[in-house]
Design a protein around this ligand. Structure first.
Ligand code: CUK
Ligand code: CUA
Length: 645
C-alpha cells in the first residue's frame, strides 16, 4: 500500500496531471493522502456530495447562452438535471422536429425570418408577492429580441414572442413582483419597428424601448394585445430590475453610451467602443410603469409596428421616465430584497453605487431636478440620490443578496466575489478569488424579497487550468460557494460545455411541482386539454380524405398502433399520436426514418406531425427511447407508393 502511494506521489511531482493515484480502498485518511486532498477539500466534498437517491435542496435555472435554452442544475450537488430547449430545435425533447412544438418556435420568427437559435441571457422565475412561486420561467434572446415562456409544470417552452419594435434586447426578462409584466428593454439602439435610417441620423431616428409584456397567468401566456412600450433615448439600455416593496411600480434600467457614439461610420468618428466610453457617468433609467399603464389607458400612445408606444416626449413630460447619473460604463442594476435601494456596478469603476429609492421618489415628487438630457428628460442630482458607494475592486458587475443584509458582487477584472453589507457600508468587505473572470452571480432565492443565504454560484467566463483541456474552446465554470459561515468557502467547480450562460436564478426545490405525466391520457401540452385527435386503446385508425391521410396512432410498451401505413407519394399525412402510458418515466420516442421528424412522447402526451410524403419508398418508423425489453420491436412501416405506379 505504502509503495503505491509513494509511486503516486512521485507521479504527481513529475507529470502535470494533478490527480494520478487510484482510490486507496476504504480508509479516508489513505484516500486523502493518495489523492492529495486537504481537510478543506474533504469538508467541501461533504457539503456537496449527494448520495444516490438523495435529492438536492435547490435548483438553478441557468441561461444556456448561445445554446439557446436553459440548464437546470441541482444544488449543492451541481448535478445537471435537464437541458430545456427554448429558442433552438432539440431532438431529444422532440422540440422543433415536426410536432406541435414547431408552432412555438415559429412564434419567434422575426420579420418573416425563421431563427433557430437564441443568445439567452437572463432567466427570471415568476413571482407572487415578490417571491418565486415555481410556476413559470421567462427568458430573453438578446440577439433577436424575443422572450420565451417556459411552464415549470412540464418544463416545456410554451410561447416565444417576438418583439416587433427592437432588434436586440438585454434588460429582460425581468418580472414585476406579481408577474403582471415581463419587462424586456432594448440593448442596441435602432430605428423602432425595424425600419431603416442612416447612422448620420442616429440622434434623431435611433431609439431604445422598454417593453412591458402583460402576462396572463391563468392562460400561462404573454398577452401581446395588453402589452405596451416606452420609447427611450438612443443610449444603450443594459441590465434592468423591477422594484419591489416600496419601489414596486418602478423599473430600473442601466445604460451606457450616453455619448451616443454610433461607430466610425467612415466619417472620422471614434470606434463605437471608445466613443461609448468617454463619459464618467451614464444614466440609470427610472421608469414609473404604473404611470405608464395610465397613459396607455388614457390613449396617450402611438402605434409602431402594432405596439402601443408612449413617446419619449410624453414619457419625459409625465415622468414615466426620469434619469440619474451612474458611473462608469455601468452594467448591473439590482434592487435590494427590501426594495429600498438599487445597486449599480460599473465595468470601469472600482465601486458599487447604491441609490436610495426613497430619495429618488422624493426628488421626483418635489420636482427637484438637476438638469435635462438632450431629449428633455429630467435628470436627478447624483449625490442627492445616493445611499453611498462601496469600494469593491476593479470591474464590479452584478450584485445578489443573502439573508442578513449581505450583498455579493461579481468583480470581472479582479476575478473575485466580494461580500459587503448594503445596510451598513462601513462593514469591511470580504473577497474570494474565483476562476476566472466572473460575469453574473446567483444566490439562493436571491432575487426575492426573502433570500435564503446559504449558497451563491459564481458564473465564470474563463476556465483555463480548471479542467482537462479540450481544445481552444473551453467550457464556462460555475463555482458553488458556501456563504453560510463567517467566511465564504469555495465548494465545487462545474464545467458548462454548451454555451456561455449569463444569468441564472436559484429556487428552493420544494417550490417546484412538476407533473409526472400528462393526465388525462391524450393531453395536448399546449392547450392543457385532451386533444380532439387523441385516441384511447382500440380507437386507432387511418382515415383518408382525397390526398389527405389522417393516422390516429398510439404508443404503449412495446407497440406502435397501427404498425403499417400505406400512402401515395404526394399525400399530405398527419399522424395524431397518443401515448397511452401513465407510468412515471415511461417515455417513448417517435421517428420516421429519412423524414427528419422526431417526437418525445412522455406518458399521456398527445402530439401530431403533418408532412407531405414526397419521397417514395419504404420507411421504418420506430420508438427512439429505450423503453422496455422489446423496445427494438416497437416499430412499423410507412409505405409510400411511387406516383403513377
Ligand atoms: S450579462 Cu448579458 S452580457 Cu452581465 Cu447579464 Cu453577460
Ligand atoms: Cu417505446 Cu422504445
Amino acid at each position: 500500500m505504502r509503495s503505491i502511494i509513494l509511486l503516486a506521489l512521485v507521479g504527481c511531482a513529475t507529470t502535470p496531471a494533478p490527480t494520478a493515484a487510484p482510490a486507496a480502498g476504504g480508509d479516508l485518511q489513505a484516500v486523502m493522502t493518495a489523492r492529495g486532498l486537504t481537510d478543506t477539500d474533504v469538508l467541501a466534498a461533504a457539503k456537496t456530495y449527494t448520495p444516490t437517491g438523495k435529492l438536492d435542496e435547490y435548483v438553478i435555472f441557468a441561461s444556456g447562452g448561445q445554446m439557446g435554452g436553459l440548464i437546470a442544475i441541482g444544488v449543492p450537488s451541481m448535478r445537471i438535471l435537464k437541458y430545456i430547449a427554448v429558442f433552438e430545435p432539440e431532438p431529444w425533447q422532440g422540440y422543433g422536429y415536426g410536432g406541435l412544438s414547431d408552432k412555438v418556435l415559429a412564434g419567434g420568427d422575426q420579420g418573416g425570418k425563421e431563427i433557430t437559435w437564441g443568445d439567452v441571457h437572463h432567466p427570471n422565475l415568476s413571482e407572487t408577492d415578490g417571491n418565486y412561486d415555481g410556476q413559470y420561467i421567462f427568458v430573453n434572446d438578446k440577439a433577436n429580441a424575443r422572450i420565451a415562456v417556459v411552464d415549470l409544470a412540464d418544463f416545456q417552452t410554451k410561447q416565444i414572442i417576438a418583439n416587433p419594435l427592437i432588434m436586440s434586447d438585454h434588460g429582460g426578462s425581468f418580472v414585476t413582483p406579481n408577474t403582471d409584466y415581463v419587462v424586456e428593454s432594448s440593448q442596441y439602439a435602432t430605428p423602432l419597428g425595424g425600419t431603416y435610417a442612416p447612422l448620420s441620423e442616429y440622434n434623431d431616428k435611433y431609439r431604445g424601448a422598454a417593453m412591458f409584456w402583460k402576462f396572463d397567468r391563468a392562460a400561462g401566456r404573454i398577452d401581446a394585445s395588453k402589452s405596451w412600450a416606452v420609447e427611450l433615448p438612443p443610449y444603450m439600455q443594459d441590465l434592468a430590475d423591477a422594484g419591489k416593496g416600496p419601489s414596486d411600480g418602478y423599473v430600473f434600467i442601466g445604460s451606457w453610451n450616453t455619448e451616443r457614439a454610433s461607430g466610425s461610420g467612415g466619417e472620422g468618428k471614434p470606434f463605437l467602443e471608445s466613443g461609448a466610453s468617454q463619459n464618467d457617468m451614464d444614466y440609470l433609467h427610472i421608469i414609473d410603469w404604473k404611470k405608464g399603464e395610465k397613459l396607455i389607458a388614457d390613449g396617450k400612445f402611438t402605434v409602431i409596428n402594432g405596439v402601443k408606444v408612449i413617446s419619449l416626449a410624453d414619457a419625459a413630460k409625465e415622468h414615466v421616465l426620469t434619469l440619474v447619473g451612474e458611473p462608469k460604463s455601468p452594467h448591473g442594476a439590482d434592487v435590494t430584497p427590501d426594495g429600498k435601494a438599487i445597486v449599480v456596478g460599473g465595468k470601469l469603476d472600482t465601486h458599487t453605487t447604491i441609490f436610495e429609492f426613497s430619495k429618488i421618489k422624493e426628488e421626483i415628487e418635489k420636482g427637484e431636478f438637476a438638469s435635462k438630457d438632450a431629449y428633455g428628460v429630467d435628470v436627478l442630482d447624483f449625490q442627492k440620490s445616493l445611499r453611498g458607494q462601496k469600494e469593491i475592486g476593479l470591474g464590479p458587475l452584478h450584485t445578489v443578496f443573502g439573508d442578513k443584509g449581505d450583498a455579493y458582487t461579481s468583480v470581472f477584472l479582479d476575478s473575485t466575489v466580494v461580500k459587503w453589507n448594503y445596510n451598513d457600508l462601513n462593514v469591511p468587505s470580504e473577497s474570494l478569488s474565483v476562476n476566472y473572470n466572473i460575469g453574473h452571480i446567483t444566490a439562493a432565492e436571491g432575487d426575492t424579497m426573502s433570500p435564503d443565504g446559504h449558497y451563491v454560484v459564481a458564473m465564470n467566463k474563463m476556465a483555463q487550468d480548471r479542467f482537462q483541456p479540450v481544445g481552444p474552446l473551453l467550457p464556462q465554470n460555475f463555482q458553488l460557494i458556501d456563504i453560510s459561515g463567517a467566511t465564504m468557502q469555495l465548494l465545487y467547480d462545474l464545467p458548462i460545455p454548451l454555451g456561455e450562460p449569463h444569468y441564472a436564478q436559484m429556487i428552493k426545490a420544494d417550490k417546484l411541482k412538476p407533473i409526472p405525466a400528462y393526465i388525462p391520457s391524450g393531453t395536448n401540452p399546449y392547450t392543457g386539454q385532451k386533444d380532439p385527435g387523441a385516441v384511447a386503446s382500440g380507437e386507432e385508425r387511418i382515415e383518408r380524405h382525397g390526398n389527405k391521410v389522417d393516422v390516429y396512432m398510439s404508443e404503449i410498451r412495446s407497440h406502435i398502433t397501427p404498425d403499417f401505413i400505406d400512402v401515395n407519394q404526394g399525400d399530405e399525412v398527419t399522424l395524431h399520436i397518443t401515448s397511452l402510458e401513465q407510468a412515471y418515466d415511461q417515455t417513448h420516442g417517435f421517428t420516421i426514418d429519412m423524414y427528419n421528424v422526431n417526437l418525445s412522447m412522455e406518458p399521456g402526451k398527445y402530439d401530431e406531425i403533418t408532412f407531405t410524403a414526397d419521397r417514395a419508398g419504404v420507411f421504418p418508423y420506430y420508438c427512439t427511447e429505450f423503453c422496455s425489453a422489446l423496445h427494438l420491436e416497437m416499430e412499423g412501416y410507412m409505405l409510400v407508393k411511387p406516383k403513377g405506379s
